[in-house]
Design a protein around this ligand. Structure first.
Ligand code: 5RP
Length: 225
């Protein structure tokens, strides 16, 4: 069993009968979804799920997990998702894909949000390994980019896979992948980007995580806020 699978299985131990469970997106979240399906089939676990992306919804459906649409919920019991970076303060960077709007909504709506990852995701500062993905309203991208440059951002629109246009998220936004001054802490950066008109959502998950589970060389460690 690899570390991503191991940490996903540990998070699944916190899923109890009757819960409404948010499903994250990515390879680690996929292991969590598979484990829920196994528990349902083999141990009679009774849960309802809500997905953070079309791909996770499809996976849950293919494994016969009961699933409801985000439109029909106002809170959930537990959300489990991976991350691209995790700081010692449990701030996350997410959104390498196209689904950070739903991911952040579920993280905020959850009574408990557990981030799961292997140790490769641990960083000292947010933005250490990746640019910050910032979803912007398409018609406002130039104005928004300028505002972000004024606060020290450097970067550009994410190209599409064919490199002949721009990437469009599942929410219909463009993505600015931006680097900022390393001395800006996560809270300041989070506040500054939140305050920028034209920003739909961004990949810094500040103050949302209740626990971080990390697997390293076959051993899982839990850290609770
Ligand atoms: C998607 C995410 C993923 O959770 C993140 O990219 C981690 O993916 P993986 O579990 O495949 O390493 O934030 O928006």
């Amino acid at each position: 069993m690899n570390d991503k699978q191991l940490v996903a299985l540990q998070a699944a131990k916190y899923v109890k009968n009757g819960m409404l469970v948010g499903l994250g997106t990515g390879s680690t979240a996929n292991y969590f979804i598979e484990e829920l399906a196994r528990c349902q089939a083999e141990e009679g676990l009774k849960i309802t799920t809500v997905a953070s992306s079309t791909i996770s919804a499809q996976k849950a459906q293919s494994l016969h997990l009961p699933i409801i649409a985000l439109e029909h919920i106002s809170s959930i019991d537990l959300y489990v998702d991976g991350a691209d970076e995790i700081t010692p303060e449990m701030t996350l960077l997410k959104g390498r894909g196209s689904d950070l709007v739903k991911e952040k909504l579920l993280a905020k709506a959850a009574t408990q949000f557990i981030a799961v990852a292997d140790e490769s995701k641990l960083v000292s500062n947010i933005g250490q390994n990746f640019s910050i993905p910032i979803e912007v309203i398409p018609f406002a991208w130039q104005l928004t980019k300028r505002s972000l440059e004024v606060i020290g951002g450097q970067g550009d629109l994410r190209p599409n896979a064919a490199k002949d246009g721009f990437w469009v998220t599942s929410h219909g936004s463009y993505v600015l992948d931006m680097k900022f001054d390393k001395n800006l802490n996560a809270k300041t950066l989070n506040d500054l980007i939140n305050n920028t008109p034209g920003v739909v959502e961004h990949g810094i998950f500040y103050g949302l995580t209740n626990a971080v589970f990390i697997a390293a060389n076959g051993v899982v460690s839990e850290r609770w806020a």
